[in-house]
Design a protein around this ligand. Structure first.
Ligand SMILES: Cc1cc2nc3c(=O)[nH]c(=O)nc-3n(C[C@H](O)[C@H](O)[C@H](O)COP(=O)(O)OP(=O)(O)OC[C@H]3O[C@@H](n4cnc5c(N)ncnc54)[C@H](O)[C@@H]3O)c2cc1C
Length: 392
């Protein structure tokens, strides 16, 4: 089995490392961040593939990492329910899932503060060069370096991220800070509000240390709002130090006046229960929404997985599931072809290109229905989260 270097140690990279080590590869993960990646507190809706590692390879049940909800509810600006159905979802946080995956992987093979700056391949392997000048040799390099992937930019310079025309305002609030009626209204639901050319959703996620006990968790908000490309976008994506942020302005980095304007907009436009969450977010943050589509995922001995390949809009809540699916399929094909890279990567690429393209298309349709066409309808079954289609 090949010696593998995984570039990027987020959910996609770590899942790839675990799955590939499990089929017998010798794996090391190189992660650019020098601190443990604990600070990324954002909520994620969790599909089966994201937590497949736990379901199939550990005694940890996926439900131990997720806070469940039993209802999907759409509310109007005045707070009245316009649609409601029973539907079970699982929500977690990036931190909770990452911490649990990391605990399954040998610490000495997960290396922080290792930024990969160059990949050179020849017939026998790949030379991986780090910012420090250190070099490593691998038979296979799995690039899980995310939406801003430098590996993608080097391999496919013609692929440019396409800004979708809107951003996600995000943030969390401890449930304990919510009023009793708001907590009661939100605690077991994914709650949506549809606005003109926009929608917002709120759902409970585990607490900072992973608690799933209602009342000890966090309430997570995501509000999609249109921002024109150009000056308006550039101004919004400038942090409090005046630095331009191409993809996201993290918690604590928004200028105070921008955060205050966000709270004023929340008060003006959102239903009372959702507005209570939005106004209480201490450190709102921003992520711009992009479409990225690659024509190839396998490049000799180097492959792109997760957001480094296709970065899709978040509406199917399937980004981490797709990254994990890329990893599981890679492990499966390497095992099926006894580590022979050529046929394994060919078969893998054909399947994952098809998955990425279909998911990109579905998310684009949902996003455009909401942000452009006014056709995003409360209760539309096409909106159900899913990696391979609504609810699947
Ligand atoms: C608003 C919004 C909401 C979302 N909601 C959901 C949801 O509900 N459910 C869901 O499943 N997904 C959701 N997603 C998508 C999800 O966040 C991504 O799909 C997922 O994080 C991709 O994982 P990844 O491992 O491919 O990349 P990333 O998580 O971006 O990780 C890339 C890693 O690579 C490292 N890195 C980068 N460059 C280098 C380098 N040169 N050398 C070494 N390391 C490097 C980075 O530090 C980082 O740790 C959402 C996204 C957005 C924007």
């Amino acid at each position: 089995m090949p010696r593998v270097v995984v570039v990027g140690g987020s959910l996609g990279g770590l899942t790839a490392a675990l799955v590939l080590a499990d089929v017998g590869c010798d794996v090391v993960v190189l992660e650019r961040s020098s601190a443990a990646l604990e600070a990324r507190g954002a909520g994620i809706a969790v599909l089966d593939e994201t937590v497949r590692w736990f379901a199939e390879r550990t005694p940890t049940e996926p439900d131990e990492l997720c806070s469940p909800t039993g209802t999907i509810r759409f509310v109007d600006a005045d707070g009245s329910t316009v649609h409601e159905r029973e539907h079970r979802y699982r929500f977690s946080s990036w931190n909770t899932v990452h911490r649990a995956l990391l605990a399954c992987f040998p610490a000495e093979r997960y290396l922080l503060g290792r930024e990969v700056v160059d990949l050179r391949q020849d017939a026998d392997g790949v030379d991986v060069t780090l910012r420090s000048g250190e070099r490593r040799r691998a038979d296979l390099v799995v690039c899980a370096d995310g939406i801003g992937s430098a590996s993608r930019a080097a391999l496919l310079p013609e692929v440019a991220p396409a800004y979708a025309g809107y951003v996600a305002w995000r943030g969390t609030v401890p449930e304990a800070e919510l009023s009793a009626p708001t907590f009661a209204a939100l605690r077991d639901a994914l709650t949506y509000q549809v606005l003109p050319d926009s929608h917002v959703l709120v759902y409970p996620i585990p607490g900072p240390s992973g608690s799933l006990v209602p009342g000890e968790r966090l309430m997570n908000l995501v509000w999609y709002r249109n921002v024109a490309a150009g000056a308006a976008f550039d101004e919004l994506m400038t942090d409090r130090q005046g630095r331009a942020r191409p993809v996201s302005v993290p918690p604590g980095e928004l200028p105070a006046a921008v955060a205050e304007r966000f709270r004023a907009d929340v008060r003006a436009h959102l239903a009372p229960v959702i507005a209570e969450v939005g106004t209480a977010i201490a450190e709102p943050f921003l992520q711009a929404v992009f479409d990225i589509e690659v024509p190839r995922m396998a490049h000799g001995r180097i492959c792109l997985v997760g957001d480094a390949a296709f970065a899709v809009r978040p509406h199917a809540a399937a980004g981490t599931a797709k990254a994990a699916a890329d990893a599981w399929e890679l492990g499966g094909q390497l095992a099926a072809h006894r580590g022979e890279l050529g046929p394994a990567l060919r078969e893998w690429e054909a399947r994952q290109l098809a998955l990425g393209r279909a998911l990109l298309r579905r998310n684009r349709e949902i996003g455009d229905a909401s942000q452009k066409h006014g056709t995003f309808r409360p209760g539309d079954p096409a909106l159900l989260f899913g990696l391979r289609g609504p609810g699947r």
